[in-house]
Design a protein around this ligand. Structure first.
Ligand SMILES: Nc1ncnc2c1ncn2[C@@H]1O[C@H](COP(=O)(O)OP(=O)(O)OP(=O)(O)O)[C@@H](O)[C@H]1O
Length: 615
């Protein structure tokens, strides 16, 4: 869940800051992060008390029939939380959650028949664990497949499990052995409270995971696999972990169902229900706990209403399908809408969480003296050395035997007309397209054979021309994710200062594209890589903002210890920021050296500027 201390309310740029978000003036940090965290704990505690009272009230006050229905809603809520992970957070299609639940229920029935001690308290986690290998199995095709192809695979798995379960009845069913509940959970009222406790436990665990790098990687995955890998995260690892966690939770929900019904049969886990659950999860926004609960409640209430009015139950599926389509069109489920409304009401018009500001001189890491930097640059191996790299797309030679060096401590420009091969070269060195020969060295270490995320971890980070910043994160979550380390408040503020005027609690979804691109630069540099390849960071900026960015980029090597390869069309920015520049044309290097000399070369003027030299 989104931490309660974070704002989701869009905020207009603060006075004095340009609209694109590049920070014009340093602003005093107000140190509101701790206060927000404290408020978050209070909200959590308050929410827990209110929900506990509500659950006890329902258990004590509702007629037994409604307690049974409420129990079904909560168990469905647990299942929907499993979908909230794999579909809601990680953005993958899974139409086999009921199959995972069936495996959990089957395991529970078997443990019951065997009389394994500990009862449901022990069987529940074991049921979840039993579903995990199947989750990983289904995660494997997800490494290559997406969208409709993944939907078919997961639905096929659900059908297979259904056939297997139907052919082999659940353990104990033929002998009439019912799943026993431990002492204290015998009545439905007690079992309802137990289900509420399990739901809450899952919700809290997921909320905690959400604050970790793993949780951020799921949400980054949803936005862009390329950007996730470029931030040093293993995409297969993120996908498999999402499926494994999701299968565990679904398995637990199956175990709860076995405890509720006492005897389960394959009909309880019909593959069609997986489809309905997916639609409900999307409609309700099951990536938030309250969304999962709303979805579970809706499933029960709609079915009950249809039953009372003698309407066929299938109409419920139509309602959920329409709701899911609506949520997909809007890009948000009911829980997102609810949260947006609550945050709008709670948040004062003048936000207390100030945009991250320039650090006070004492907070900023002091740049090393100029002489020391010069020595570092002389003695250290080159930050980036590209030797003889080529890229071909069929017959098209996009990059032809390019050799380029970014010395340590330098901001180096890479320019060239459209189609010159700049992006192809960046894709090749960062590992996104196979390089046809050549080597890429980072800080003297050959990274040519490494996967994208390993190159990133080895110190080669990049940004993208297209907006690929995950909109499901806040600024703070994103910067921590991108930097791959737990940033302190001061460092977080320092990373934003002078570059982008946003507050750590701002949701990225509320930022404009230009601001997101600068945020991506901030996140990349906060990782303090050996070299950062920045792909047109000034796109969309006005002239004065671009000038400020140039001055800011010039300080990057001393401030972060990071050298920069800057790909830009804005030659003024290149002149302002770079001490060296390489020009590409038709995939070949046609000039390299100090910007003033390179831009004066007739060949560059002809090729890049489309002009004949004037002298
Ligand atoms: N996936 C692809 N398949 C085939 N050809 C491609 C592909 N991607 C790029 N090209 C071609 O490779 C050449 C280099 O393209 P690239 O995008 O690397 O140039 P660029 O310098 O980055 O251009 P721009 O400044 O417009 O981004 C172009 O001729 C382009 O048409």
């Amino acid at each position: 869940m989104r931490p309660a201390d974070e704002s989701t309310a869009p905020r207009s740029a603060p006075a004095g800051a340009p609209e694109t978000g590049i920070a014009a003036e340093p602003r005093a940090a107000q140190g509101g992060i701790r206060a927000f965290a404290a408020r978050g704990v209070v909200r959590w505690a308050g929410g827990a008390v209110v929900l506990s009272v509500l659950a006890y009230g329902l258990a004590a006050g509702l007629p037994l029939y409604w307690v049974f229905l409420a129990m079904s809603a909560v168990i469905s809520g647990v299942l929907l939380q499993s979908l909230g992970v794999v579909a809601g957070q990680a953005g993958m299609v899974s139409l086999c959650q009921m199959a995972f639940a069936a495996i959990g229920a089957w395991t529970t029935s078997q443990l019951n028949v065997w009389g394994v001690p500990g009862g449901l308290y022990v069987w529940l986690p074991l049921a979840g664990l039993a579903a995990v290998p199947f989750g990983l199995l289904i995660g494997l095709p997800a490494l290559r497949l997406r969208g409709v192809h993944l939907a078919i695979i997961t639905l096929g798995f659900a059908a297979t499990i259904d056939i297997v379960m139907a052919a082999n009845s659940f353990p104990g069913v033929s002998q009439g052995i019912v799943v026993g509940r431990p002492a204290g959970l015998g009545s439905d009222r007690q079992y309802f409270l137990f289900c509420c406790g399990v739901f809450a436990l899952v919700a809290v665990a997921l909320a905690l995971v959400r604050r970790t790098r793993l949780g951020a990687s799921w949400r980054a995955l949803r936005e862009s696999e390329r950007a996730t890998a470029a931030a040093g995260t293993s995409v297969p690892g993120a996908k498999l972990s999402a499926f494994a966690v999701s299968a565990f939770i679904a398995g637990v929900s199956g175990a709860l169902l076995a405890g509720q019904l006492a005897m389960v049969v394959s009909r309880n886990f019909d593959p069609g229900q997986s489809l309905v659950a997916y639609a409900v999860a999307i409609m309700a926004g099951a990536h938030h706990a309250e969304g999962a609960l709303i979805g579970g409640a809706l499933g029960v209430v709609v079915a009950e209403l249809l039953r009372r009015f003698d309407v066929p139950q299938q109409w419920a599926n139509v309602v959920f399908a329409v709701g899911a389509m609506q949520a997909m069109t809007q890009g948000s489920g009911m829980s997102d809408g609810l949260r947006a409304v609550l945050h709008r009401r709670r948040r004062p018009r003048t936000a207390p969480d100030s945009p991250a500001a320039a650090p006070s001189p004492s907070a900023a890491p002091a740049p090393p003296p100029a002489e020391t930097r010069a020595e570092v640059a002389r003695d250290a191996p080159d930050a980036l050395r590209i030797t003889g790299v080529s890229v071909r797309y069929g017959q098209v030679v996009a990059v032809d035997d390019v050799t380029l060096t970014v010395p340590a401590g330098e901001v180096h420009g890479l320019v060239g007309p459209n189609g010159a091969g700049k992006s192809s070269l960046v894709d090749a060195i960062s590992g996104f397209v196979p390089a046809g020969g050549g080597t890429v060295e980072v800080g003297g270490v050959d990274v040519s054979g490494l996967a994208v995320h390993r190159r990133a971890r080895a110190g080669l980070r990049r940004t993208f021309q297209q907006d690929r910043v995950p909109v499901g994160l806040t600024v703070r979550e994103y910067l921590r994710f991108a930097s791959r380390r737990p940033l302190g408040d001061a460092e977080l503020a320092d990373g934003l200062a002078g570059l982008v005027a946003v507050a750590p609690g701002d949701p990225i979804a509320a930022l404009d594209v230009g601001t997101r691109r600068l945020l991506e630069v901030a996140g990349t540099l906060l990782a303090r890589p050996a070299v950062a390849v920045l792909d047109e960071p000034a796109a969309g900026l006005g002239h004065s903002e671009s000038e400020r960015l140039g001055a800011w980029l010039r300080q990057v090597p001393s401030r972060y210890g990071t050298s920069v390869l800057l790909i830009e069309h804005d030659l003024d920015l290149v002149r302002a920021a770079c001490s060296g520049v390489t020009v590409l044309d038709f995939g070949e290097v046609i000039a390299a050296g100090p910007p003033a000399e390179v831009f004066a070369e007739p060949r560059v003027q002809r090729a890049y500027l489309g002009e004949e030299p004037t002298t």
